[in-house]
Design a protein around this ligand. Structure first.
Ligand code: PLP
Length: 434
């Protein structure tokens, strides 16, 4: 298993942030989400200090759908990054954490009226509008509130990046945004530009997630810059801000070959600076919106092994005390992970296992066919690179309690999310006696 950040092996045991897996399991129980705080902060710095320009304002926006809770919002706030939210719930969490509203970007293809009202009332900095109807609704609301609002329009540049079908977002029939190939989109831009309460700032796009080709992002930028140039020349509308979304691929297994973020960001900025200068664009600000690449490799999940089973067909299963409820990605997109028996970290692999969860679903498999030392009951199993889209996609299927989350750094651990208890599972149930 590839080790990230402060994760290391000492005396046959995995440790993260200077704390052993064994002591984390003893103190907090399992399953447990573990975040390597130093690694998270280093990754934030990597983005922040490599996405800089002398000509343009640059802005890194953390896509909070990857992982959000009060403590994550605090870390992002302290680092000076902006925050992307896509629901009233994410917005509520950010505001409760004291995140400055002016640094929030509010997304969504179907924002509810109550969510738009919440955004307006809390003075959210930027709303990314998705479609014409939403523009009408937002404009009417702003008229009632007598408030103006910075907006970006989400457009779809039609880049077909190589990634899983479900995480591609920029094909012509995507549910997100409006196509740059649709002539009506120009009319929508004019509509926003001429609105009394909407402040048209520019365009947003996002071509998908877990993308490994730098070229896809350069093509996205070029396509967007050409489109901006057309809007400026033909419509005489200035496009000051371009948000290129997120989607930078990360390592889960040896098959994933991420590019160097620091080198790529410098290349991207130079490309945009040159294009903008050579074509006399009025671009003032560029944004990127990474989620997965900011948090994923700082996270891991620790489980306790319960059962071990050899089937009649000869397959060896390890059963862990979590599963698709804390990590839906293998079942949802056939995502692959690496793992290790945390308390047998230096022992030689001897058996091929499949790691299965405890949910009542045959597809509840976390890792298929992994070579490990011989496992025993109560061994600890750690899956790496679970920082993004694990906790945020977790569920209570089978009425299983959601795990706790700890942040570890310099030999200390901090509980950021407490483990759910059975009573949490019935907290919203109503006893009906008729
Ligand atoms: C609009 C938008 N921005 C940013 C992201 C973050 O993508 P990633 O986590 O792959 O960086 C997403 C993810 O789907 C998105 O839809």
């Amino acid at each position: 298993m590839k080790l990230f950040g402060t994760m290391k092996i000492s005396d046959n045991m995995v440790e993260v942030g200077g704390v052993s897996a064994q002591s984390l399991a003893e103190e907090y129980g399992t399953p447990l989400y573990i975040i390597d705080e130093e690694q998270f902060k280093n990754t934030i710095a990597d983005f922040k200090y490599n996405f800089l320009s002398n000509q343009l304002k640059t802005n890194v926006i953390y896509a909070s759908k990857a992982l959000l809770n009060l403590y994550v919002a605090n870390i992002i706030d302290e680092s000076g990054l902006s925050l992307d939210v896509v629901s009233g719930g994410e917005l509520y969490t950010a505001l409760k954490a004291g995140f400055p509203a002016e640094r929030i970007f509010f997304h969504g293809n179907n924002k509810l009226v109550k969510e738009l009202q919440m955004a307006i009332e809390s003075n959210v900095g930027t709303i990314i509008v998705d479609n014409e109807l939403e523009i009408e609704i937002l404009s009417d609301l702003l008229k009632d509130y007598k408030k103006s609002q910075r907006v970006l329009l989400r457009v779809n540049p039609g880049i077909d990046a190589h990634t899983h079908e479900y995480i591609k977002t920029s094909k012509n029939d995507s549910k997100f945004g409006v196509s740059i190939f649709d002539e009506d989109t120009i009319e929508i831009i004019k509509r926003i530009h001429d609105d009394e309460y909407l402040e048209f700032k520019g365009l947003h796009c996002h071509i998908g997630s877990q993308i490994f080709q730098e070229d896809s992002f350069l093509k996205e930028s070029e396509t967007m810059l050409e489109y901006i140039s057309r809007i400026e020349k033909e419509e005489n509308i200035h496009v000051e801000e371009l948000n290129l979304g997120g989607g930078f691929g990360v390592y889960y297994t040896e098959e994933d070959k991420p590019f160097s973020i620091s080198e790529f960001l410098k290349k991207l900025v130079k490309f945009i600076e040159d294009y903008s200068k050579n074509n006399g664009l009025h671009l003032k600000q560029i944004d990127i919106e990474p989620g997965r690449s900011l948090i994923n490799n700082s996270g891991s999940t620790l489980y306790t092994i319960g059962g071990i089973k050899r089937t009649f067909g000869g397959k060896n299963y390890i059963f862990v005390d979590g599963g698709m409820t804390d990590n839906i990605r293998p079942a949802l997109y056939q995502a692959e992970y690496e793992g290790i028996i945390a308390n047998k970290a230096e022992e030689k692999p001897a058996v091929k296992y499949t790691i299965a969860g405890k949910c009542c679903e045959s597809g509840d498999l976390l890792i298929k066919d992994i070579m490990l030392p011989k496992a025993g009951r109560n061994d600890l199993f750690l899956i790496n690179s679970t920082g993004a889209y694990n906790y945020s996609m977790s569920s209570n299927y089978n009425r299983i309690e959601k795990p706790a989350m700890v942040f570890v750094m310099n030999g200390e651990s901090k509980l950021a999310v407490r483990r759910e208890e059975y009573k949490d599972l019935i907290a919203n149930d109503i006893v009906i006696n008729d």
